[in-house]
Design a protein around this ligand. Structure first.
Ligand code: SF4
Length: 339
């Protein structure tokens, strides 16, 4: 019997397997292995108790296609495709299945491969790396002890330790995903992201997205203003720019001070935070080449993660989270946020 695999609709468009308009094509081919997870994350349409469609993950539709056809298309993928990522839905036999698909892709393509998977044993990660995977994504998703047990289930500390241990064993090859807007504070997000980056783990940020059929379908996504603050912290941590954040009693980030002054917006006089190139911080984050278009957002916005450098100038993005340029104290390299 011919094997099938699910691929995100954007990936099929990018590979020429579907005739769809792509305002921003994916630069990674996203494939889904397994269906209806054994776990029960309250925000996921693939969770065991979700009433959401099995064709869906976050906002995206993933039609099933013939594996051979997909493999042939990946072999001749256009040059803007930079990576293949397998999203593993933890169901019976999923590890064997993904290992099969990885080996087949490695036979026909030199594109780097990522696998996003929920694991409990390092042996499983070893098997993936042995099969030729470049990076693994081990999602934390939910950033605090209480919200983790409430929305994801299981032991938060163990989940963090497992990711840190994976990062130690497989240096520079581990990514984690964190969702903003699950009831955590800015301060808590800062703490957990810092821990990850300090241990060599890349953080991919996502905005909570209410999905029909899930337990959290009626909840609201985070505000764009808040998401930008978190993106800014993530960006600075990823670039190893030292900064001193100040939080209010509720844990909201209200200001930050950086250790050095560099051009904030190239070609302008706005100098504030180290290493900022206009708009970089709002791009989708995670493994190199991963842009996940419209995973969290409708094509018309609001845009949490930009799949391509945004058209808006950096000043406009800054304007989304400070009152005015006067809030940017250029002398002290300090920025105050509207919360
Ligand atoms: S960051 Fe992107 S490429 Fe990397 S594991 Fe996550 S979804 Fe896949």
């Amino acid at each position: 019997m011919e094997r099938k695999i699910r691929a995100s609709i954007g990936s099929l468009g990018a590979l020429g397997m579907r005739d769809i308009k792509l305002p921003a094509p994916p630069t990674t081919i996203y494939l889904m292995v397994g269906e209806r997870c054994v776990y029960d994350c309250a925000y996921c349409s693939q969770a065991v108790n979700s009433k959401g469609s099995v064709e869906q993950l976050s906002r995206v539709v993933w039609p099933a296609v013939e594996w051979q056809e997909l493999k042939d298309a990946v072999k001749d993928a256009p040059s803007f495709i930079k990576r293949v990522c397998f999203q593993v839905v933890n169901s019976r036999g999923c590890l064997e299945d993904v290992l099969f698909f990885i080996r087949e892709i490695k036979d026909v393509s030199s594109l780097p491969v990522s696998v996003s998977i929920r694991v409990t044993r390092m042996e499983d990660l070893e098997k993936l790396f042995e099969a030729g995977v470049e990076r693994v994504g081990v999602a934390l998703d939910v950033a605090t002890e209480t919200t983790f047990s409430k929305y994801r289930g299981g032991d938060f500390k163990k989940a963090v330790d497992l990711i840190l241990y994976a990062g130690e064993l497989f240096k520079g090859r581990v990514t984690t995903h964190i969702i903003v807007g699950m009831g955590e504070s800015d301060k808590e997000l800062h703490g957990v992201m810092k821990k990850m980056f300090n241990n060599g783990i890349t953080v991919g940020l996502f905005a909570f997205t209410p999905i029909k059929g899930t337990c959290l379908e009626g909840e609201a996504p985070p505000s764009l203003r808040r998401y930008r603050r978190i993106q800014l912290m993530r960006y600075l941590l990823s670039k190893r720019v030292e900064f001193l954040p100040e939080f209010d009693r509720k844990g909201n980030l209200i200001s930050m001070e950086t250790a050095r002054r560099v051009t904030l917006v190239p070609g302008t006089s706005v100098t504030l935070l180290g290493g900022w190139a206009a708009g970089d911080m709002v791009l989708t984050s995670g493994c190199a080449g991963c842009n996940r278009p419209y995973y969290n957002e409708k094509p018309l916005g609001p845009m949490f993660n930009y799949p391509l450098p945004p058209k808006e100038v950096a000043e406009k993005i800054i304007g989304a989270f400070v009152e005015s340029e006067e809030d940017i104290d250029k002398e002290k390299v300090r920025i105050r946020f509207k919360v």
